[in-house]
Design a protein around this ligand. Structure first.
Ligand code: ATR
Length: 272
């Protein structure tokens, strides 16, 4: 069987081994997929060593996505725009290929699992760190009317908007200056980890807005609970994105499409 890993620090909490085992079984693919903990200063040589052995591919998680991108010989456009890779693949010529499936996972969860089109929509993106940068290109490819990025440190939002302006209408804004009608808010901040909600003006939440939190947990995330209490129509957490980015990685490695992601999402949901 072919060998795959999720590499990160920490990595014990990763649900990727479970998800890929489910996909492999569904698709009749003979693979083994394990967790691999690596120390911060050991990433490059460890990954080079693993791929020089029998490793066929890896998912890369916190805090190594930028390292993984730099280490690879070839890159997809979505990895290049993200400046980060969550997926590495050993090509048949031995070269290392970097991809980033996070944005595609988010778009697939919204459009396929929740029937929410992004085309022509006005989207508010919260946060300007790696999580947001990682998804902007695939989201812009859906041709939204506009993306507004808001961040506590507004310079980071403005910089990201500038960086992605060639792909669509996108601008940065401080939280307190946000106004107008948004169809969708995507929370890509790590505020939930600190049990906080980004300072979005309450007036932006209305009866048919969709809120998406890239984080997930056993109940509503702090952000989704906040939006629901203000009457948001629909609040979605990031569990579906997690499974869909995995399905995209599986496709990159195995050239096989996972058709039934929903059963895996359901199983994971039941285990939270
Ligand atoms: P990641 O790779 O998960 O995006 P990151 O690069 O550290 O991690 O970015 C974290 C993001 O969450 C940033 O946009 C951060 O805002 P700042 O750039 O101003 O620091 C945002 N963030 C973290 N805690 C937050 C909080 N309590 N309220 C609002 N935004 C927060």
């Amino acid at each position: 069987s072919d060998r795959y890993l999720v590499i990160g620090n920490p990595v014990h909490q990763s649900k990727s081994p479970f998800i890929h085992a489910e996909f492999a079984q569904m698709c009749g693919q003979d693979i083994v997929y394990d967790r691999y903990l690596v120390e911060a200063d050991q990433f490059d040589h460890t990954v080079i060593e693993l791929f020089s052995q029998d490793l066929k591919g890896a998912n890369i998680t916190v805090p190594f996505k930028e390292n993984a991108y730099r280490l690879a010989d070839e890159h997809s456009v979505r990895a290049a725009t993200a400046g980060a890779a969550n997926t590495l693949k050993k090509l048949s010529n031995g070269k290392l290929y970097a991809d980033n499936t996070d944005g595609a996972g988010l778009v697939r969860d919204l459009t396929a699992n929740h029937q929410i089109s992004l085309t022509g929509k006005r989207i508010l993106m919260l946060g300007a760190g790696g999580a947001v940068r990682g998804v902007l290109h695939p989201v812009l490819q859906q041709n939204p009317e506009q993306i507004v990025i808001s961040n506590r440190t507004v310079e980071k939002a403005t910089l990201l908007a500038k960086l992605f302006s060639e792909y669509g209408s996108i601008e940065g804004s401080p939280y307190e200056a946000l106004s107008g009608h948004f169809d969708l808010i995507i929370n890509g901040t790590s505020a939930s980890l600190h049990d906080q909600v980004p300072p979005v003006p309450e007036s932006l939440i209305h009866g048919d807005i969709v809120c998406y939190d890239m984080m997930y947990g056993s109940g509503d995330t702090r952000f989704n609970a906040w939006a629901k209490s203000l009457g948001a129509a629909k609040c979605i957490d990031g569990l579906g994105m997690l499974v869909e980015q995995a399905a995209e990685s599986f496709q990159v490695w195995r050239e096989v499409t996972v058709t039934d992601t929903s059963s895996v999402i359901d199983k994971l949901r039941a285990s939270l």
